[in-house]
Design a protein around this ligand. Structure first.
Ligand code: ADP
Ligand code: TYD
Length: 211
């Protein structure tokens, strides 16, 4: 049985997920919570190795199906070695992206593979977050923010504004599909305003689930 809380951040590239995940972790820690801040793809030694393979180099060397297997393999390792042990110890796990990203990027971007993504998820992962914060954002602004970061990991940012737009729509649809665990937050504001909104949302959730 898991006793901690599993919180994920989702949204298009550049929407502010990493910034907000870090801020939330710091705020919860300062209130005395034990927090594990992690990310996908990655978050464990093996999964970080898979991250380097999928986000760098020629993206066309994998088929869409192979890519689903790689992201899910990384997630399985991350779940076994980082997420589940932390939840079992009663910690709050904050994860920058999780299975909803595979539902979007692998499930939507190269044809309709959502059913395959969901089937593999059921077989190998079988766990959803307790709460998912979707940072919703204008795709053009998100892309400009993501591009300004200058890293060698440009796998999906390279697809440009068209894909970002479809992903934004897809994430909003996903938030309706899983309305119980999703909370949508407007990312087009200052870091501080978004952060306050995120913190209040989490505080309400923690209070509700404790009562
Ligand atoms: P993501 O993890 O969703 O890709 P990041 O948190 O890495 O997004 O943010 C992308 C870029 O935008 C970073 O350079 C970050 O400093 C900046 N940024 C994040 N939040 C805001 C905000 N509310 N306003 C302006 N810039 C932001
Ligand atoms: P991330 O480092 O979160 O990128 P960003 O900070 O720009 O949002 O994720 C790297 C890329 O990996 C991102 O473009 C989305 C993609 N991705 C998938 O395609 N499938 C997945 O299952 C995950 C977790 C990420």
């Amino acid at each position: 049985m898991t006793v901690g809380k599993f919180i994920t951040f989702e949204g298009i590239d550049g929407s502010g997920k990493s910034t907000q995940a870090k801020l939330l972790a710091e705020r919860l820690q300062s209130e005395g919570h034990e927090v594990v801040l992690t990310r996908e793809p990655g978050g464990s030694v093996g999964a970080e190795e898979i991250r380097a393979m999928v986000l760098e180099g020629d993206p066309d060397r994998w088929s869409a199906e192979t890519e689903i297997l790689l992201f899910t393999a990384a997630r399985r390792d991350h779940l076994e070695r980082t997420i589940l042990p932390a939840l079992a110890a009663g910690k709050i796990v904050i994860c920058d992206r999780f299975a909803d990203s595979t539902r979007m990027y692998q499930g939507l971007s190269r044809g309709d593979l959502r059913t395959v993504v969901d089937q593999l998820h059921m077989l190998m992962i079988g766990r959803e977050p307790d709460l998912t914060i979707l940072i919703d954002m204008d795709p053009v602004i998100g892309l400009a923010r993501a591009k300004s970061r200058q890293t060698s990991e440009e796998r999906f940012e390279d697809f440009g504004a068209g894909l970002q737009k479809r992903m934004r729509r897809g994430f909003l649809d996903l938030a309706e599909e899983f309305a119980e665990r999703f909370r949508v937050i407007d990312g087009g504001r200052t870091t501080e305003d978004v952060g306050n909104d995120v913190f209040e949302t989490i505080r309400t959730h923690l209070q509700d689930s404790a009562s």
